[in-house]
Design a protein around this ligand. Structure first.
Ligand code: SME
Length: 158
């Protein structure tokens, strides 16, 4: 998908997410995560799967997600783990070329993972998006997803 079309969809998705989470009670992250996953999965045609993994001590545990059934817990060796450890977004054009990539569904070909950090820069969770197309994600996805993640914690630390 070209950058202009992506931007347009992300702008619309962000507006919808803001509108839907505005009435939600502060401090309850699960309905916000569910809303973000549902809106983005519905809006972005190249998303095959998207959702959250909570960063626990030993492994990552599935949170709200949309798409085919995925691994309920994954090790820190994959893309999600790398993003959680580095506290940085990671774009993977071809998952087969990422050492340690965790396969939850063989149809996934490319991936982006964006971390969710608290006000003290501690990792809370990651948002993972998979596509069944190679090279589906780029800087446009990174930019908008990094803008969407802080909406999960809005009002939490003020
Ligand atoms: N591919 C991810 C695992 C999660 S699933 O794709 C839903 C990883 O390597 O961390």
């Amino acid at each position: 998908m070209d950058s202009e079309s992506k931007e347009k969809l992300y702008v619309e998705a962000t507006e919808e997410i803001k509108r839907r989470i505005a009435p939600l009670e502060k401090g309850n992250i699960i309905p916000r995560m569910a809303t973000i996953s549902a809106v983005l999965k519905d809006k972005m045609p190249y998303y095959f799967w998207c959702g959250f993994y909570f960063a626990e001590e030993e492994e990552l545990i599935a949170g709200p997600y949309q798409g085919p059934s995925a691994c309920p817990n994954i090790s820190y060796s994959g893309v999600c783990g790398a993003s959680a450890k580095k506290k940085e977004s990671i774009v993977v054009p071809d998952v087969h070329k990422f050492p340690g990539h965790v396969v939850c569904d063989v149809r996934s070909q490319s991936e982006i993972v964006v971390p969710l950090l608290d006000d003290k820069n501690r990792i809370i969770a990651v948002f993972d998006v998979d596509s069944s197309e190679l090279n589906a994600f780029d800087e446009v996805d990174r930019k908008y997803l990094e803008q969407i993640m802080p909406l999960l914690l809005e009002g939490e630390f003020s």
